[in-house]
Every structure is written in C-alpha cells, then in structure tokens.
Design a protein around this ligand. Structure first.
Ligand code: NAD
Length: 567
C-alpha cells in the first residue's frame, strides 16, 4: 500500500488546449467516462460520452472485470494494450491496483507470446522504429518524432535475443513496451517522457522472413561494421534530440550487448539490463539466501549454468562482491564455475569467446577436481565433482535442472540455493514444486518468471521472483531524478544491496528471497533513493540535491487524473 512517502505533489489544475473528440482521442489526456460533468461542459464533451460520470476507481474496477473475463492471457494483454492506447492514466491505475496479478500479463511470461505474435496482434501505437533506410537521416527522424518533448528514458532493443526465445524481429518492440510499462507502474516514470525503441535492422528468423504479415524490416540482419555504424548514428542522434535521456539496452545478442555497453557507457547514461540488471537482481537473491544460511559469499561454490549476457552479468556481480570480501585473483575460481553449451568453461587451449575467458577455470583446477576430460564436463559431472552450494540457471534450457542433478546437489548441501532464472516460465530450468520435492523442502528457491506457491508437508512456500523488474525501475528513477550523466558500477551494486535489504523476515519465513511483487512500488522507491545517493557520491548527479528522498519522490508521475482548465 502507498505509505506517506508515496504521496505525490501533482498540480491541481492542468491547462489543456484540446476540445471535444480530439481530447477524447488523446490517450494522455483522455479520461473517458471519468470526465466529470463540469469538464464535459467546459471542453465540449457533452453528448460524446454516456451521461453518468464515474471516478477512476470505478472505471478501473470495470476494466479489471473485463480483463478477467478475457478467454486467455494473450487476449488480456491485447485488451490492456488497447486501454493504454486509449487512456494512459486508467491503464496505470488498473496495473497499480492489481500489479501482482497483471504483471505476468504485461511482462513475462505473456509478453513472450505477444512478441511472437506481434505482427498478428498489432494494434498501432508504440514507439520509435529505426530501420537501415534511415542511415544519414536518423537525427532528422528523431527530431520530427520528438520535437520539443522532454524525453528522459529510452528502452532500446535490436530484437535479437528476446527473453530465452531468440531473434523475434520487429516483435521485440513489445518487450521494450512492457519494460516501460513496468518503469511507470513500479517507479512512477512519466510515460510521456519515455519511449520504446526498436533498432529494426532485419531478422534472421526464417519464419518471420517467410511471413507475409510480418511488419518488420524484411531482410536478413545487418552485422559487423554496417550494424555498428547504424548504432553509432542512433546514439549520436539521441544525444542531440534527447540529451537528457537514459538508455536501457535490452535483449541484444551477447556479443553486441557487450560491445554496445562498453562503447557507449561513457558517452551517455546507459546500462544493459540483461547484464547489469540481471547481475544485480540475482546477487540480491543470493545475499538474501546467504542471510538465511548465515554464510559468506566466499564460502560458496556457485554454478552458473549459461554463459550468455545474463550469466556474464551475474558472474561479474559475484566477482565484484568477492573483491569486497577480499577474495581476489585465482581464489575467485574456487567460488564460481560457469557452464555454456559445451559444458564447464576451462582454459585448456580450446577456442573461446573473449568474455568467456574471464569466466573460465584454470586447467589445473579442473584436473584437481576430476574434470580434466573436456567430454565429461556436463552439469551433472560438475555437480558431482564440484558439489555446488548454489545453482543458477540462465541457459534458456527448459527443465535442465532435472531430478538426478538436483538430488545429487542436495546430497552434499544442507540448504541448496537454486535459481532457475530463465524466462518465460516454459523454459525455466526447473519448477519450484519439483525442487521442493527433490530436496525434501530444504532448498532456497527463486525463479525468473512467476510460479505458484508450493504446498508440501502442511507448509506453504511462496516463490520469490528473481527478476530484473526489481532493479531497473528504481535504478532508472534514481538516474532520472538525479539527472545522472552515467550509470556507475557502484550504482547497480547499491541497487542490489538495497533490494536485498527490502526482504522482510516475514517474507523470508514464507520462502521468499525477494520482496513480494505487491510491494514493488515501495521497494523501487527505496532502491531509487539509495541509488540516487550513490550517484551523488560518485559525482555523476547533476540535479540539485539537498533532500534526496524528496528529489526522487518529486520525479514520480501519478496516474491520478488532474483537473483540466482551458489553456
Ligand atoms: P544468451 O543467449 O546470451 O545466453 C544463453 C547461454 O546459455 C549461452 O551461453 C549458451 O551457451 C547457454 N546454453 C544454451 N544451451 C545450453 C545447454 N544445453 N547447456 C548449457 N548452457 C547452454 O541469453 P541470456 O540473455 O543470457 O538469457 C539467458 C536466459 O536467462 C533467458 O532465458 C533469459 O530469459 C533469462 N534471463 C532472466 C532474467 C531474470 O531477470 N530472471 C534476466 C535476464 C535473462
């Protein structure tokens, strides 16, 4: 529930120029049946709406009932999207009233289906589409879309590595839209100041290329210098047309994700959610589990299954904390083992991507543990020999934490920490129900997508959602409120620490390693305050900051209707 800190200072009156049906057709201003009678008279709306005015709460309840009666989740998604295209305030009111229930609709897992069926369910609206034919003209294109509008946030994807479902072409726009919906629902980012962007430089998805209905750039993906030149031009155009915008890079393939993060992180305030957001959120869950176990990070043996953008982000975050615990150099290798498609990463002369080198074990360590044979380094082999205390799944391989693996792990650990983090739920590495069954309820679990609670032995275990949604809204709000020129590593680290601190004893006792999603708003606010403080400490905040809490509070938008007066 909204506490005293949640109260916002919205101006009572808003000067409005539009009238009549033009006002009703403007989703940022439309109140639908929520226009009070005096405003209907003032703005020429009489006769355009059913006569009885309703307040926002009544409208939200009606919409919620409609959404509930939709035949499936994708229809619910489509219905909510239609509401967003008609009445922005009401959309966010409905989300705020039922955040825990509707988050799986506007975000993972349903958004995954929406991405895959994007061209079929497209209803207009959305964001900015950048295509290769805009080469040399991107600045003009952005100027003409944005004009004098103040833009503070862009969620930018090139659609290639969407959730765990790969190259989705133009459909990736739905992910950027979903993320922005959560920025607003969770942290109160003004939706008028945020735009989703699709860098639609083609797709290698054969199905989409063969589909007549496909709405995206109907060619193979641009790669290499040609691709990078377009991203360079886009970034330069953003800096000119939207100089105050924070950029969240979203769902790029890992090589591009890393290149882009490194290339632009000192050029504009930006972060990669898959790398840094995932690192921060998983680290928070891990710290939460360690609090329960009463153990230090340095005492763990952690397996990260999946060496993509997310696995790399988590490994980096763990290593940063190990440095804080004075575990440096080769001693870190004892704490983390990373596996990719070909098994445990080991320096044994085989060719390996540059970024994986930093994650690979020395060959001597592998030999010492009986993992010298490159053909015998599967997850099961590693679990047998290395005996992990923590198992983190970021592979996109459904049910890969099978019974044999989990039982083997649980033989050696009193409280195994297991995070099947891949999204959507259909490709989660394990279900919580199985994990509790196979470990006699000794496991500490968090998943990437929402899962129902587990009932066993007369106890109910709730399942915490280890999802970036606990990080990016608060991080973004802090960056916007503080007008940060960069997103520093310590800002993401502080976001992770602040999140772990938000888990209450009651939640831990119920099995949650993350706060309940119903508390997302207040949690995001606390994270934002902590991160804004860090931005100031790091010297990247440019907003005046006498009272940081107030600075953050006042940066938030409210879904409440304002009273309209003629301009
Ligand atoms: P990615 O494609 O960059 O990486 C996938 C990795 O998994 C690659 O290293 C690949 O080698 C490895 N892999 C694939 N098959 C494997 C197998 N059979 N055995 C071992 N490793 C295998 O993808 P990503 O962006 O890193 O995302 C991975 C997953 O993590 C996705 O499902 C994504 O939804 C999920 N994710 C979850 C969160 C969250 O908040 N919970 C955040 C980011 C990503």
């Amino acid at each position: 529930m909204a506490g005293p800190k949640d109260r916002r200072s919205t101006p009572r009156n808003l000067k409005v120029t539009g009238r009549g049906s033009a006002l009703i057709r403007n989703p940022s201003l439309n109140k639908g049946t929520g226009f009070p009678l005096d405003e209907r008279r003032t703005f020429g709306l009489e006769g355009l709406l059913p006569v009885r005015a309703k307040n926002q709460s009544q409208q939200a309840e009606r919409i919620y009932q409609q959404v509930r009666s939709a035949p499936d989740d994708l229809q619910k998604y489509v219905m909510l999207n239609a509401l967003l295209n008609r009445n922005v305030h009401l959309y966010y009111r409905v989300l705020a009233d039922h955040l825990e229930e509707l988050m799986p609709i506007v975000y993972t897992p349903t958004v995954g289906a929406a991405v895959q069926r994007f061209s079929q369910v497209f209803q207009g609206g959305g964001g900015i589409w950048i295509t290769p034919d805009m080469k040399g003209r991107m600045q003009d294109v952005l100027w003409s879309i944005v004009g004098s509008r103040e833009i503070r946030l862009l969620v930018v994807t090139d659609n290639e590595s969407i959730l765990g479902i790969g190259d989705q072409g133009a459909g990736g726009m739905a992910i950027s839209q979903g993320k922005l919906a959560l920025y607003t629902a969770a942290a109160g980012i003004d939706p008028a100041k945020a735009i989703p962007v699709s860098l639609d430089f083609g797709t290698d998805n054969e199905q989409l290329l063969a589909d007549d209905q496909y709405l995206g750039w109907p060619s193979r993906r641009l790669r290499g210098p040609e691709y990078l030149a377009l991203v360079d031009e886009f970034v330069a155009a953003v800096r000119t047309a939207m100089p105050d915008a924070l950029v969240q890079w979203e769902d790029f393939r890992k090589d591009n994700a890393l290149t882009i993060l490194d290339r632009y992180s000192s050029v504009l305030p930006s972060f990669n959610d898959d790398i840094q957001g995932t690192g921060a959120v998983v680290m928070a869950g891990l710290n939460s589990a360690l609090t329960i176990k009463g153990e230090r990070l340095a005492a763990q043996r952690i397996v990260i299954f999946g060496a993509g953008a997310a696995g790399l982000g988590v490994a980096r975050q763990i290593k940063a904390q190990l440095v804080d615990e004075d575990v440096v150099g080769s001693r870190q290798a004892n704490v983390i083992a990373v596996l990719d498609r070909s098994g445990l990463l080991v320096h044994d002369g085989r060719p390996m991507d540059e970024y994986k080198r930093a994650l690979a074990w020395p060959a001597e360590l592998a030999a010492e543990l009986g993992l010298a044979d490159p053909t015998r380094r599967s997850l099961l082999d590693v679990v047998r020999k290395y005996r992990p205390t923590v198992l983190i799944g970021l592979s996109g391989v459904a049910r890969s934490f099978n019974e044999e693996i989990v039982r083997e792990m649980a033989r050696h650990v009193d409280r195994p920490v297991i995070f099947p983090s891949s999204n959507p739920s259909s490709i989660s590495e394990a279900t919580p129900a199985d994990l509790y069954a196979w470990t006699d309820c000794r496991c500490l679990v968090a998943t990437g997508s929402p899962f129902p609670q587990v009932e066993r032995g007369g106890r109910v275990y709730r399942v915490g959602q280890g999802n970036n949604v606990f990080i990016f809204p608060g991080l973004g709000l802090a960056a916007i409120a503080a007008n940060a020129t960069r997103i520093t590593d310590s800002m993401t680290k502080v976001a992770s620490e602040a999140l772990a601190k938000q888990v209450t004893n009651e939640e831990r006792e119920a099995g949650l390693l993350f706060p309940a999603v119903s508390r997302l708003r207040s949690v995001s606010f606390e994270i934002a305050v902590a991160v804004a403080h860090q931005a100031i400490q790091d010297g990247v905040a440019t907003a005046a900051h006498d009272d940081v809490e107030r600075l953050v509070r006042e940066a938030r938008w409210s879904h409440d209707y304002q009273h309209y007066v003629p301009a």
